[in-house]
Design a protein around this ligand. Structure first.
Ligand SMILES: Cc1ncc(COP(=O)(O)O)c(C=O)c1O
Length: 408
């Protein structure tokens, strides 16, 4: 009743977009609110309802909406030109800043999306090792290219044999899954904090085990830090002290604009060096696009060490408040997460985004003026205050339904 314009927009959208949507993850039954503007933590929908945004375009908007530094950088760049068929200085500056923050990035390349970043990282690993097999984890999400989606409709069946799925956090299970095939593995790719699979952080010891395994077997270790880069200035790899061969980045490095990257060991990345014959081709009309690079650079410029400490503290504050409430009697509901990332497992929320069934939890939070992913995932942005976090915790506890089956 509060969203007639969103409903009308959705019905109109179904006539030009399948299911009324152009992005699987932003659909929530019966229809999502259409957002028209955002400022800091606040977003407004087409009917004028206001929400506090604890999703931030699926963790990309770590400074919130329309941060003045980002708007200024983007506006200045747009005036100079949106993109050229030529490299620009701003892409070099962003590359240097990323290499400075993450020493494992000896060289990197920009892409327009995280999907392309993991696709090229895996391709680079296969070309470098001369092997085909990719090892990835159960519940992993690395985007939508064929290898990342092997085993789903429309992806060649043959690709199934090029991907092996590993159990999470279980060295013995990993060894069993790879038995006899260790030397066929081109890359072991892992999200150090799983995102779409429900926010869960890998144990540092498990990441160290994967490092050893990769060294022993000659595979490359790839950290997909597209979401987890936001946990600290140098991502999870800095926090746990494990150095991958390649890393993929996205989300916050574009400051809210489409930009992602893959990079790592110079020897691997030099396959893309156009000055060498026979290397890997990596075109892309919007690779390192200057508007997005300017936004990313401005965003990283705001992300000083104390900012991360504050995000960590507020994330912990939220999780502790919700966990306290859940332990006081909300059935099997629980909250997980790390740093500024969280995932609520409540009645009606599931690993897969809500399909036909509306999630009462998600809709209840919308009614309370909180915007999260339909599947119960969220992320804090720097404009969120202690009060915002406390009020979100109270709403989560109020809206989580008791006694439903919670996925393991
Ligand atoms: C860990 C991870 N890898 C890859 C991707 C794909 O990135 P994009 O949506 O920019 O293609 C995502 C997106 O959510 C992600 O979370």
């Amino acid at each position: 009743m509060r969203t007639p314009r969103s409903r009308a927009l959705f019905e109109r959208a179904t006539r030009s977009l399948p299911g009324g949507s152009t992005r699987t993850t932003v659909y929530g039954a019966p229809y999502p609110p259409y957002l028209v503007e955002g400022d800091g933590l606040r977003v407004r929908d087409a009917d004028g309802n206001e929400y506090r945004d604890f999703l931030g375009n699926y963790t990309a908007l770590i400074l919130g909406h329309a941060h003045p530094a980002v708007v200024a950088a983007v506006t200045a760049q747009v005036r100079r030109g949106s993109a050229f068929g030529a490299p620009t200085e701003v892409e070099v500056e962003l590359a240097e800043e990323l290499c400075r923050r993450m020493p494992s990035l000896e060289r990197l390349r920009f892409t327009a999306s995280g999907t392309e970043a993991t696709m090229f990282a895996l391709r680079a690993a296969r070309a470098f090792t001369g092997r085909d097999l990719v090892a990835r984890f159960e519940r992993a999400y690395h985007g939508t290219h064929d290898v990342a989606m092997a085993g789903t409709p429309g992806v060649p069946l043959a690709l199934r044999g090029s991907v092996v799925e590993l159990p999470w956090g279980d060295p013995e299970g990993v060894a069993r899954a790879l038995a006899g095939r260790e030397r066929d593995v081109a890359a072991i790719i892992i999200e150090p904090v799983q995102g779409a699979g429900g926010i869960r952080a890998a144990e540092p010891a498990f990441l160290a085990y994967l490092r050893e395994l990769a060294d022993r077997s000659g595979a490359l270790l790839i950290f997909d830090e597209i979401i987890s880069f936001r946990v600290g200035p140098g991502g999870v790899q800095e926090r746990v002290g494990v150095r991958p061969d390649l890393t993929t980045l996205g989300k916050i490095i574009g400051g809210g604009y489409p930009l992602a990257a893959f990079g790592g060991r110079a020897a691997v990345m030099e396959q893309f060096d156009a000055r060498r014959g026979g290397g890997l081709s990596h075109g892309g009309t919007y690779n390192g696009a200057p508007v997005a690079a300017a936004a990313g650079l401005a965003t990283l410029g705001e992300l000083t060490p104390p900012r991360y400490v504050e995000l960590d503290r507020r994330g912990a504050r939220l999780r502790e408040a919700v966990a306290r409430g859940f332990s006081a009697g909300s059935g099997g509901s629980r909250i997980e997460g790390v740093a500024s990332l969280f995932q609520v497992w409540a009645g009606g929320s599931a690993v897969a985004p809500a399909g036909r069934e509306p999630s009462e939890f998600w809709l209840g939070l919308l009614l309370d003026g909180f915007y999260l992913a339909p599947r119960g995932m969220g992320a804090l942005a720097t404009p969120a205050t202690d009060r915002d976090v406390d009020e979100l915790a109270a709403a989560i506890l109020r809206r989580a339904r008791v006694g439903e089956t919670i996925p393991a």
